[in-house]
Design a protein around this ligand. Structure first.
Ligand code: NAD
Length: 294
């Protein structure tokens, strides 16, 4: 196996285990995080630039597009021509495209590669990457995707990975809400939750939210609902992704009423109804406790 020198910027909940897996696979990983966090097997650099000098690849795993833009402005001048920047953060499509264009102008490859799979997937090396970039950049990055994940889909040019991620999560947010409100209606109609699951999970209402991540405790496979809705995938992260899909929809004049309503409901849940820090499937107890006029 070819081993690489990798700069890793953003060693948070996701980035730290991803960087550790790369180090364990035999790559030389230099990390930097403004919070001073580190990861096993990763040497700590004093600055973002220092982590990137001489690196074959730089991976970023950061909170949002504004921070990605700021970090890119710092590190692109420090990166060697021919190196590849892989951004695994979830950011707006425009930031991904702009950073991709800046990288190309500097002779640096770029792949936007947001992930699904969460902290468990990052630790276990089982993430799915949704990637955007040139064929050359995607091919170059693939050996690293193989270490950090189990699947990488090349979705198109720079920004296409972010587009795929936010469209997927817009479906997920709306579907989870639909599943939760249907359970709450079923409760009030006197239908047992287990019976509801038995029917819907094998009928046309089935979905990942119902079948793989059932929001009703004790029903279906093990899920955060069985652990008092500890995340899992936190409601505020779903809110972030639904905000990104609305931002993108506005930019391209796409009509997305279900996505807009899902965003509004998650905003209300997170900001006013105690949803912060709970799994996004905790929409079920929220609906179950309400009537039509709240
Ligand atoms: P996190 O907040 O734990 O980690 C982000 C890290 O970036 C922090 O340690 C922070 O100190 C660091 N950072 C911020 N500004 C920086 C800068 N200028 N230079 C260097 N480091 C800086 O977040 P996370 O949960 O690891 O998520 C990272 C990204 O992955 C986000 O875009 C998130 O939306 C996405 N994501 C998260 C999950 C999840 O389940 N946590 C799942 C899929 C995607």
């Amino acid at each position: 196996m070819t081993t690489y020198t990798i700069g890793f910027i953003g060693l948070g909940n996701m980035g730290a285990p991803m960087a550790q897996n790369l180090a364990e696979a035999g790559h030389t990983v230099k990390g930097f995080d403004t919070a001073g966090t580190t990861a096993q097997g990763v040497s700590v650099a004093a600055t973002a630039q220092a982590a990137c000098e001489g690196a074959d690849f730089v991976i970023t795993m950061l909170p949002n597009g504004a921070i990605l833009r700021a970090v890119a402005a710092q590190i692109l001048p420090a990166m060697a021509s021919g190196a590849t920047l892989i951004d695994c953060s979830t950011v707006d499509v425009e930031s991904a495209r702009d950073v991709g264009a800046q990288a190309a102008a500097a002779g640096i490859g770029f792949v936007d590669a947001p992930v699904s799979g969460g902290v468990g997937g990052a630790a276990g090396g089982t993430l799915t990457f949704m990637a955007g970039g040139t064929d050359t950049s995607f091919a170059a990055a693939s050996p690293l995707f193989d270490v950090m994940g189990q699947k990488a889909v090349h979705c198109g040019e720079a920004g296409a990975g972010q587009a795929a991620k936010i469209c997927n999560n817009m479906i997920l947010g709306a579907t989870m809400i639909a599943t939760c409100e249907a359970f709450a209606l079923a409760d009030k109609l006197g239908l047992e939750r287990q019976k509801m699951f038995d029917v819907v999970s094998t009928s046309s209402g089935y979905s990942w939210s119902m079948n793989a991540y059932c929001p009703a405790p004790g029903v279906g496979p093990q899920s955060p609902s069985d652990n008092d809705y500890a995340p899992g995938f936190a409601a505020e992260l779903m809110l972030k992704d639904l905000g990104l899909s609305q931002q993108a929809a506005e930019a391209v004049d796409a009509d997305t009423p279900m996505g807009a309503l899902a965003r509004a409901l998650y905003a209300q849940f997170v900001e006013d109804e105690g949803g912060l820090g709970k799994d996004f499937s905790a929409m079920l107890p929220r609906f179950a406790a309400r009537g039509r006029d709240a």
